[in-house]
Design a protein around this ligand. Sequence first.
Ligand SMILES: [Fe+2]
Ligand SMILES: [Fe+2]
Length: 435
Amino acid sequence: MGHSVRSCVLGMRIGRQIGLPVEEQADLYYTLLLKDAGCSSNASRLFHILNADEIRAKRDVKTTDWTRVGWESLHYALTHVATGAPFLERVRRLFQVAATQQRDSCDLVKIRCERGSYIAKQLGFSESVAAGIHSLDEHWNGRGYPGGLRKTEIPIFARIVNLAQTLDVFLTARGPTDAIDAARRRSGRWFDPDLVHAAVSLADSGALWEGLEKQELLNEVAALEPEQRRLTATEDTIDNICVALAEVIDAKSPFTYRHSNGVAEAALEIARWFGMSPREMKLLRRAALLHDVGKLSVSNAILEKPGKLAADEWKVVRDHPYYTLEILKRTPGFETICEDAAAHHERLDGSGYWRGWDTDQLSFAARILAVADVFDALHAKRPYRDSLPLEKVFAMLREDAPRALDLPCVEALIAAKTNSEPAAFAQPEVVYSME
Ligand SMILES: [Fe+2]
Ligand SMILES: [Fe+2]
């Protein structure tokens, strides 16, 4: 938690230290903040290659010098490949991973880079931001991915981001001394020596790490945006950000392809039946697009597990709406939607998660989201099954209403989907509001 924010502060400090012009600092700023925008897109692939927790593997790959064959990379493989499997199966997977490592690493980085730079462009950022994100896993000696670019062929933003993110991972895992040691050891191989030099002199004067542990770092990072190039978010830009984030969320697993958009569509259909105001619909759509942002915290080893989840895995799944709340509540403008978004798995009878809220606590928007979420989960096509027929989905929704799901919302959705009048619930008895 906080990795991108800390990496941004570190990278901006290094950028200033090397005298990067102010106009370029603005692009560096956004490259640092958006560096991992494509990260979710290779999570599933990485999980299938390693057959183990890909979130832990991604974190540890930065503290492991995998470009050198030796104890470090062997240790990495032993602790990250098929970790839950029996011994012989692990040995088999290890050989497989070793045989295809080069190609797989390149593919994985390529998927992430392309996706990340595509998202940056979609959000309206400059070509230099997109190029910086695209090249952030290139190494100074030409042995990085995906292009094998060397030295100054690698965009300066990418060089700074790569160093900054590695410094932060080491800082968090092992402390500042190890972080600087790692940068020094990899200088001239992974990193631009001039940048390492700049980081070392900042560290020597104490300016590199200053204040990184502060709770308010997020506010401070906002102040780092160069004033001359400050971007202002309009209502439309905020909508675009939600759409882009929905893509990031849905890319995490093939099981959730288009899920966030599907939930948004269904939620709006219900809202229209109740004559919700355009402003409320706008907020509801944003809440729907972002409701599963907390899922990025769940490993694909769990999301794509074919069998029943163990108790500790289920706990991780149950926590995803909590992370939705934690992520959204920090973002100015999303305070109004964060609670509704984080309540999408709550049920009227208190049987939902993560807080076990019930009728009294669930807003109209939260009830709509719950119905829309179940509808899309059941109706969407999944890699392992075709989409369920609508009649079956409707029957399953009705089975859960009014006990767990809001009956007027269920009937409104069915009416909207079938172009018919909702039999018993043409007018809801309760007048709901978003307050
Ligand atoms: Fe969810
Ligand atoms: Fe969902």
